[in-house]
Design a protein around this ligand. Structure first.
Ligand code: SF4
Ligand code: SF4
Length: 394
């Protein structure tokens, strides 16, 4: 696809990224086949090819309208389209540039700006999230509190840094405690490095890229210090946060001091399943409930290419994951998407839960705090992080 990036954007790294991605697209439309929003609405503008055209128009300096913004806002950023693109188009990189350009050119209505501000400034702060979760639990809108359990003390042969998380540390502190226990069982100590906080994903997705870059720089500085201090890897057990951290080099592409550091962090970024695959723990017990369903978040499947990794790992520990239809379909969580697009997100969740529960599992296991909160709201069976299933049997 020929594109002529207009104005000052053409001279930036973001403009070069957009140009390269647009050039790779041959507008064949094969990507539409795996796009969840296209499947729901059947509207070309709600599919990847249509959105690529809309972004191209914006990049070329044509008038951008609320029509463009509406269809970009409906994108889940799930990257399912990239898995069926024969030309290797990196849609998500174009989308990140495109939505920023559109946000700069289209003034949102006051209530839309307000709700985005509220989400950015509450959901990412554990002190605000904690009472919200308590209230949500009272109304049955969040999973019940789980006992956090102990964190083994003492040294281990190997050491890695673990992202504490913002929403997760307030809503599901037991995820990290279980991760610490599981990795301790294979002689790895996990440390929540001081100075690391929110990854910045929600700020970037909600029209505040400057704050996202500031948070990214802060985390990078702390992680580089940890790596230089002997930590082997940066462990992130929330696949949505990991996906955003993997994009730090693009986020900081204009900041020469930080792009190389961001790449170094990404080289050391690991999902716990990657560590466990190389260092399998010994199962000391057989699972109490073998029949389970695994929900691979888009951010685990489509970015790092870890589709099926959790399922294999749990099978090796004695679980019996049931087949799940259309695993490429997003559950609708997608960061703040479920708050901003409740209708589409609710329909995707209903389809996902129907697929996940078709095999009558005793529990659903996922790998992302957002999917966990979103699915658990209406799930008829418990939703858990897969690391809890490992923790149960070691
Ligand atoms: S499948 Fe790839 S090349 Fe074809 S329209 Fe979609 S993004 Fe473009
Ligand atoms: S990222 Fe997901 S929702 Fe967005 S265009 Fe691609 S497949 Fe569709």
């Amino acid at each position: 696809m020929r594109a002529q990036i207009a104005g000052s954007l053409a001279k930036t790294a973001a403009g070069a990224t957009a140009q390269a991605v647009l050039s790779a697209c041959v507008h064949c439309g094969m990507c539409n086949a795996t796009c969840p929003t296209y499947a729901l609405t059947g509207d070309e503008a709600d599919g990847p090819r249509g959105r690529i055209y809309l972004i191209k128009e914006a990049m070329e300096g044509n008038r951008v309208t609320r029509h463009t913004q509406k269809h970009l806002d409906r994108c889940l950023a799930c990257r399912a389209c990239e898995t069926t693109c024969p030309s290797g188009v990196q849609y998500h990189r174009l989308f990140d540039v495109g939505r920023t350009v559109v946000a700069q050119n289209v003034q949102r209505r006051w209530w839309d700006r307000l709700r985005r501000w509220v989400i950015r400034n509450t959901v990412t702060r554990p002190a605000f999230v904690a009472p919200l979760i308590v209230a949500a639990r009272l109304f049955g809108m969040a999973p019940a509190r789980v006992v956090v359990g102990n964190r083994p003390s003492g040294t281990r042969t190997r050491r890695m840094t673990l992202l504490k998380g913002c929403v997760q540390s307030a809503a599901a502190a037991h995820f990290n405690a279980a991760t610490v226990r599981v990795l301790a069982s294979v002689d790895i100590k996990l440390i929540e490095t001081p100075g690391v906080g929110c990854c910045g994903a929600l700020h970037a997705h909600l029209d505040d890229p400057a704050t996202a870059r500031r948070l990214a720089r802060r985390n990078i500085d702390a992680w580089i210090a940890a790596l230089e201090g002997g930590d082997e890897a940066v462990i992130v057990n929330a696949s949505g946060c990991a996906a955003f951290i993997r994009d730090y080099p693009d986020l900081l592409a204009e900041e020469i001091d930080y792009t190389a550091k961001a790449r170094r962090v990404v080289e050391h970024l690991r999902d716990p399943s990657e560590i466990i695959r190389q260092n399998p723990p010994t199962a000391m017990r057989t699972p109490q409930h073998r029949r389970i369903a695994v929900h691979d978040p888009c951010t685990l499947r489509n970015g790092p290419g870890l589709a099926g990794a959790v399922e294999n790992l749990l099978t090796n520990l004695g679980y019996a994951p049931q087949p799940v239809a259309n695993p490429h379909m997003c559950c609708g969580s997608a960061g703040a998407y479920s708050l901003l697009q409740p209708d589409l997100a609710g329909r995707l969740r209903a389809e996902k839960l129907a697929a996940l529960t078709a095999g009558a599992p005793t529990a659903i296991y996922t790998a992302n705090i957002g999917c966990w909160l979103h699915l658990a709201q209406t799930s008829s069976v418990p939703v858990r992080h897969w690391i809890e299933a490992v923790d149960d049997v070691i």
